[in-house]
Design a protein around this ligand. Structure first.
Ligand code: C5P
Length: 318
């Protein structure tokens, strides 16, 4: 049975909102013994979200449908991985679900769309299947699925250390109306392993290697005054210096955003290729977006205007 054929009285249907993120700060500190990079980041949820719907499947099958045919709905999809991880963790292979993903966040964009979907699947299925898994445990499962998945569970504004999974919450922008104008070339996507691989090739000799040095950098970031006052974040991304010279789509996007009026800075998000300009209010971002939307379309670039968001994945009634 498809999820769209289920009415509320036939089965409980849960809807979970899965917002994207941008990096206000991304510093690559060094290489870890597990092969991942040690990072010092500030991640920010934005109001651009996928929507996941969950219904029980009495036959014990997990099925996924997606409104975007370019995205695989097979076992390698992080939503299916999250469902299987929950089933094996709870030792309940009898549990099934029909899951539908409405994809709004661009794919391979540096916006953590796949990670947010995985976080939404953990939260949604924990509730649908009444597993009662506690938050700490759910966060560990999230980290097993991907470095950005714990952030996506919590969301808002967070310092993210380690692989990205060690979170320290910040309330800096909770009452702010700061917004971004986000653009992406729909024909270009970036593989995260490739981006970090290039970073290692180019900057590997300058990497820090001791935990003492990592901690000094973390402390330096924690002490930044803009994290305490409602100040304009000085956007920074080490991966931007790696990716911008290699991808003309990123170079062009950053130039285009820098030429727009009134922004407080521009940067690439994550490993790219999405780039954004920061605005002090939704209205100021919208005014520029309205003025330049036709130009973005003519250049073949997708664009969104998104306020900062103070939470990660959430049920629709939350
Ligand atoms: O954790 P996630 O699955 O999102 O990571 C994807 C890939 O990105 C990793 O396999 C690794 O190549 C790279 N990565 C990294 N250091 C991180 C996060 C990701 O090298 N902190």
């Amino acid at each position: 049975m498809s999820i769209s054929n289920l009415s509320k009285d036939q089965s409980q249907i849960l809807q979970v909102n899965a917002p994207a993120k941008v990096n206000l700060h991304l510093e690559v500190l060094g290489l870890r013994s597990d092969g991942f990079h040690e990072l010092a980041m500030v991640m920010q949820s934005i109001d651009l979200a996928d929507c996941l719907r969950f219904a029980n499947n009495e036959e014990g099958l997990v099925s996924l449908t997606i409104d975007d045919p370019t995205l695989s709905a097979g076992d390698e999809n992080l939503i299916v991985k999250a469902a299987n991880l929950l089933r094996s963790f709870s030792d309940r292979s009898d549990l099934g679900a029909a899951i539908h993903l409405q994809k709004n966040i661009p794919i391979g964009a540096g916006l953590a769309g796949g990670s947010s979907d995985a976080a939404a699947a953990l939260k949604g299925l924990n509730s649908l299947w009444k597993l009662g898994i506690e938050k700490n445990q759910l966060m560990e499962l999230a980290a097993d699925l991907g470095s950005d998945v714990p952030f996506c569970m919590e969301g808002g504004t967070q310092l993210c250390f380690g692989r990205g999974e060690r979170l320290e919450p910040l309330s800096t922008f909770r009452d702010s109306s700061m917004s971004i104008l986000l653009i992406k070339d729909p024909l270009v996507s970036v593989s995260t392993p490739w981006a970090y691989g290039r970073c290692k090739e180019i900057k590997g000799n300058d990497y820090l290697s001791s935990e003492i040095d990592f901690e000094k950098r973390r402390q330096k970031l924690r002490n930044q005054s803009w994290l305490r006052a409602l100040d304009v974040p000085p956007l920074y991304n080490d991966l931007q210096q790696i990716i911008e010279p290699e991808l003309s789509a990123v170079e062009n996007a950053l130039k285009l955003l820098a030429s727009l009026p009134g922004s407080d800075g521009v940067a690439m998000s994550g490993s790219g290729p999405s780039c954004f300009a920061l605005y002090p209010s939704l209205q100021s971002a919208k005014t520029v977006h309205d003025e330049y939307k036709a130009e973005f379309e003519a250049l073949g670039v997708e664009s969104w205007c998104c306020p900062f968001k103070s939470q990660g994945v959430s049920f629709f009634d939350e």
